[in-house]
Design a protein around this ligand. Structure first.
Ligand SMILES: Cc1cc2nc3c(=O)[nH]c(=O)nc-3n(C[C@H](O)[C@H](O)[C@H](O)COP(=O)(O)OP(=O)(O)OC[C@H]3O[C@@H](n4cnc5c(N)ncnc54)[C@H](O)[C@@H]3O)c2cc1C
Length: 412
């Protein structure tokens, strides 16, 4: 284990040599915090000694997987960070279709290891997220409709509790802790490994369809109607980004994981919602699907996120989304429509913090700007705040921990 300290920023310095500023290592450049101590762990024993060291020195602990979280919670000042980024071992058992994933393994690590055996894990779309970080935060992705959340596919976890004790949790052992862990949003300790179920997917159709802004209303109404009827095999998200000319550009990102011929019809119907200006849709491997999304992911600029959960994508909601897209204050900003439905809405009576009992949309306004190129931070933040209010004024949205922004710090 490597220990790095920042003595100038902690009252209880453990060592004195190194200074470290974390800004720039994280996906949200709006974070600007100084850590007290970083324990870069390689084994479970490292994690145990880091937690005991923190306790002995009166430091509180934060756990860092990939640091992708946008709230800044993994860079809270003056704390000891248990950094798991070096714990990336993965063992795949193709017979049981289970992968044992170390606490710092990335989604991409797991996807590639499983693909070597013709198998697929249930993940989010971002390859550089850590599997444990995504799981703990109610993670979901392109296979949600058929296979549920990431947590629904966790069979067992190894946790080092805050006091340093090591426990194994599963459906038969430490059951309450396991249930709490899989319900999302809970922080029982450091997850040092997960056993995750893998799926055999003979075929996958996926892609992105881009529509001109003049088709936005038509396409969003089509998306809304589809949402009510779609089979579990289909998971579709949508979003608004900027075209090269600066105008808003609408996209729909479908994933079909059922029978190929039926999927081809469904995806053709999606393309007929409007007159696409471009589409990359077809048979795709799961690693290929992640790589396609990775192309659109940037890290470093500042961002501010706000969201609203809606039971349906109504005419009023569509109008509010169109108005907000036209009012974007930065070409880097986006609106994303997540649709939660299918298997997880039926499977879990004790569903997670996110509350998957009912299908719903989550509309996310993501203001993104480059502080070097513009200083209108307040305007960008206000834009992101305005959309949820326009969608449904003063409705408290139950927080989905994976989609929080900087202003949500401390709500975990
Ligand atoms: C570009 C982008 C795309 C995304 N796409 C998706 C998506 O498709 N689906 C989705 O669900 N989410 C998505 N997210 C959100 C992402 O999954 C969460 O931010 C997730 O927490 C990132 O994992 P991480 O390891 O980087 O977490 P970190 O930022 O390191 O940590 C996040 C939280 O999890 C805790 N944590 C992390 N690892 C452990 C561990 N091993 N044990 C205990 N606690 C731990 C941390 O303490 C912290 O509270 C996306 C985020 C980004 C930036």
């Amino acid at each position: 284990m490597t220990i790095i300290t920042h003595p100038a920023k902690t009252e209880r310095a453990i060592a004195t040599e190194l200074q470290l500023r974390m800004q720039g290592e994280f996906s949200n450049g709006a974070q600007d915090n100084w850590l007290a101590v970083i324990a870069r762990c390689k084994t479970r024993r490292d994690v145990q000694s880091a937690l005991r060291t923190a306790r002995a020195h009166g430091l509180s602990v934060i756990i860092r997987g990939g640091g992708q979280d946008a709230t800044g919670c993994t860079v809270t000042p003056g704390q000891l960070v248990v950094d798991l980024s070096a714990m990336r071992k993965i063992d795949v058992n193709p017979d049981t279709r289970v992968a044992i994933v170390s606490g710092g393994a990335t989604v991409r690590d797991v996807v590639i290891a499983a693909a070597a055996h013709g198998l697929v894990p249930v993940t989010g779309i971002c390859g550089s997220d850590r599997m444990a970080g995504v799981k703990l935060d109610d993670g979901y992705g392109p296979l949600l409709g058929r296979y549920g959340r990431v947590a629904d596919n966790v069979l067992e976890a190894e946790i080092v509790l805050k006091g340093g004790q090591h426990v194994i949790v599963n459906a038969g052992r430490n059951r309450d802790l396991f249930r709490a862990l899989c319900a999302g949003g809970m922080d029982p300790g450091v997850v040092t490994s997960l056993h995750v179920r893998l799926r055999a997917l003979p075929s996958l159709l996926a892609g992105m369809i881009f529509y001109p802004w003049s088709d936005a209303e038509l396409v969003l109404h089509g998306y809304s109607a589809l949402a009510a009827l779609a089979p579990d095999y289909l998971t579709v998200s949508a979003g608004i980004v900027s075209a090269v000319d600066g105008n808003p550009l609408l996209f729909i990102a479908p994933t079909w994981c059922g029978e190929l011929e039926e999927g081809e019809h469904v995806l053709a119907a999606l393309q007929a919602f409007g007159n696409p200006v471009g589409a990359i849709v077809g048979p795709m491997s799961y690693p290929g699907l992640l790589a396609m999304h990775d192309r659109y992911i940037a890290t470093g600029p500042r961002c501010s996120k706000h969201r609203r959960r809606l039971p349906a994508l109504t005419d009023r909601a569509i109008s509010a989304i169109i108005v907000a897209a036209n009012a974007r204050t930065s070409p880097l900003s986006a609106i994303v429509l997540h649709h939660f439905r299918g298997a997880p809405t039926r499977a879990h009576a004790e569903a997670g913090a996110f509350g998957m009992q009912e299908g719903h949309f989550l509309i996310e306004a993501i203001a993104v700007w480059d502080p070097a190129a513009d200083d209108k931070e307040a305007g960008h933040q206000l834009w992101a705040q305005n959309l949820p209010e326009a969608l449904a004024p003063a409705v408290p949205t139950r927080n989905y921990t994976n989609l929080l922004g900087l202003g949500d710090r401390g709500v975990r």
